[in-house]
Design a protein around this ligand. Structure first.
Ligand code: PTJ
Length: 259
């Protein structure tokens, strides 16, 4: 990997880029994953590269949903493996559930490489290598799922996903939690809870919330989920982007006028 000096103003972003590129070199991230990362970077830039108040709300609701779920499932693709393998393993451990590899551009070789990587990072149980069910309404291999994992789950976390699968999982009656930097994507809109944040920041924050909220009585979690307004939080995310951009513009015009 290219050595990035810590002093570089875009250090975190460049390291993430290197990790996705390395995932492609190692063969577990798809080449299309590079494009997805570029799109994500762009939205992160527009957000100000920080976890916004709306994302904090979504992270709390997501943690509550996962804790209330009878059979939660966590989906891992090639970009998630490159950017947050260790953190996804820690989240699975905190919830005491397996991880499931599910790929858009599926090849058995990539599935195995990702499963091996997760096991290397300490995952107890990894599903996805031997799918035995199919998500209705999806064409091709990305419909493949595992009973006891995503197929039977009542709540599914799908970071960095495409809209079709999110919609198909929701149509099965599942509550879908998305992590997607683009608040306008079909995934973000169709999910029950959309965390508009970089997976690098979102998953550690989600683990922290799972640990904190697990001390609360179930009735508090039920109330938290019932009061969560997905549409409102998504609108807030768009507003936060707009506010951030307006602030940049105002700061620049102050500089130009010598303020
Ligand atoms: O490994 P595979 O074969 O399953 O393929 C994975 C990708 C990501 C290539 C595939 O699912 C895909 O093409 O996804 P999309 O449709 O490009 O959607 C990815 C979404 O994730 C986009 O809305 C991006 O803005 C968003 N995104 C990209 N990087 C990040 C991100 N969101 C959060 N954190 C990121 N680092």
């Amino acid at each position: 990997m290219t050595e990035i000096p810590k002093s570089h103003p875009r250090y975190a972003s460049l390291v993430a880029r290197e990790r996705v590129a390395d995932g492609v070199r190692q063969g577990y991230t798809s080449t299309q994953g590079l494009i997805a990362q570029g799109r994500g970077e762009c939205f992160d830039y527009l957000l100000g590269e920080k976890t916004t108040p709306s994302a904090e709300k979504a992270i709390r609701a997501a943690a509550a949903l996962l804790l209330l779920a009878e059979r939660p499932a966590l989906s891992v693709n090639g970009n998630v493996a490159a950017l947050a393998a260790e953190e996804m393993v820690a989240l699975a451990e905190a919830l005491d559930i397996p991880l499931e590899v599910n790929l858009f551009h599926r090849s058995e070789e990539r599935v195995k490489k990702i499963a091996d990587l997760l096991r290397q990072k300490g995952a107890g149980r990894v599903l996805g290598e031997n799918p035995d069910a199919s998500v209705p309404g999806l064409q091709h291999a990305r419909a493949l799922a595992t009973k006891g994992g995503i197929y039977d789950a009542d709540v599914v976390l799908i970071p960095l996903e495409d809209g079709d699968r999110c919609e198909a999982l929701a149509a099965m009656g599942k509550k879908v939690i998305a992590i997607d930097l683009n608040p306008l994507s079909r995934t973000a809109r169709k999910a029950a809870v959309s965390i508009v944040d970089n997976i690098l920041r979102a998953v550690p924050a989600l683990i922290e919330q799972v640990r904190t909220l697990s001390a609360l009585p179930r009735s508090d979690l039920v109330k938290m989920v019932a009061e969560y307004d997905h549409e409102k939080v998504l609108h807030q995310a768009v507003q936060e982007i707009s506010d951030h951009l307006q602030r940049q513009f105002r700061e620049e015009s102050h500089e130009d006028s010598g303020d």
